[in-house]
Design a protein around this ligand. Structure first.
Ligand code: NAP
Length: 257
């Protein structure tokens, strides 16, 4: 199970959902984990869960849209652990449920800022640190970065993550930098981000959301955070050593239809 023994990993948005599951699994597999989240208390909770399981992690409050905050996180990681080898750009926001014509420009900007600018800033900082010793950058995109959907801002941001990933992978490879960069494209995963959809349906319940979304996944269920965390661990580890610029789709068959 020690597939990332000796590696240091930063996971953004690690206080909830996919980020929390990924932080826990990377720790179980031997990594030292830096759990960051805009909600510092949530990051603390993840670190407490990791400590309860016998692992070692630190929590840092972190807004991924701030270049200065990224510099602080990287400096704290290097101070604590001396180096880092894995970056999981996971933090994200969903945006609202309004029609395209009614999408406020501020909402478009906020979704782009967290979901795409945040990944750009983190990836850029990671490449600067990893260029000598190497590393793996895992960007959490979405199936909504591969197909169109009702939420144009979200889909556009996740499509941007997909091509940012490929571009940096090509850049690193063609410049001899030992850094792999890959994206993950989850289907609907049951996390607070998806639970929130109930509030968009008048009188909607969590069961309504499950009933609405489950049939879109031929496998017959929605995903759980651990389903994506296993992909994160694979891409973080040397098991995926011949993969860069790839899209790992973890969607219960959503995009196969
Ligand atoms: P989640 O449970 O809402 O977790 C996202 C975490 O990111 C939250 O703790 C959130 O804090 C944090 N965050 C938001 N803005 C941030 C910022 N500016 N800086 C740092 N952290 C910030 O969502 P999730 O479902 O686990 O999503 C994780 C990633 O997977 C996202 O990129 C999402 O787009 C992607 N994804 C999710 C699904 C799905 O079905 N769940 C499918 C495909 C892709 P707050 O809660 O305080 O906002």
């Amino acid at each position: 199970m020690n597939r990332v023994d000796g590696k240091v990993a930063i996971v953004t948005g690690g206080g909830s959902g996919i980020g929390r599951a990924s932080s826990r699994l990377l720790s179980e597999a031997g990594a030292e984990v830096v759990v960051t989240d805009i909600d510092g208390d949530a990051a603390d909770e993840t670190v407490a869960e990791i400590a309860d399981a016998g692992g070692s992690a630190v929590a840092i409050q972190h807004d991924v849209t701030s270049e200065a905050a990224w510099e602080t996180v990287i400096a704290a990681t290097l101070e604590n652990f001396g180096s880092f080898h894995v970056l999981v750009n996971n933090a994200g926001v969903g945006g609202g449920a309004q029609l395209f014509e009614d999408t406020p420009f501020e909402m478009w900007r906020q979704v782009m800022s967290v979901n795409l600018d945040g990944v750009f800033l983190g990836t850029q900082q990671a490449v600067k640190v990893m260029r000598q010793a190497g590393g793996s950058i895992v960007n959490i995109s979405s199936i909504m970065g591969m197909v169109g959907g009702a939420n144009a801002a979200y889909n556009a941001s996740k499509g941007g993550v997909r091509l940012l990933t490929k571009s940096v992978a090509v850049y690193c490879g063609s410049n001899g930098l030992p850094i792999r960069v890959n994206s993950i494209h989850p289907g609907y995963i049951w996390t607070p981000m998806i639970e929130k959809i109930a509030s968009y349906i008048p009188g909607g319940t969590e069961q309504d959301v499950r009933d609405l979304l489950t049939p879109r996944h031929p496998i017959g269920r929605l995903g759980e955070p651990i389903d994506v965390a296993k992909g994160v661990l694979f891409l973080a580890s040397d098991d995926s050593s011949f993969m860069t610029g790839s899209e790992l789709v973890i969607d219960g068959g959503y995009t196969a239809v």
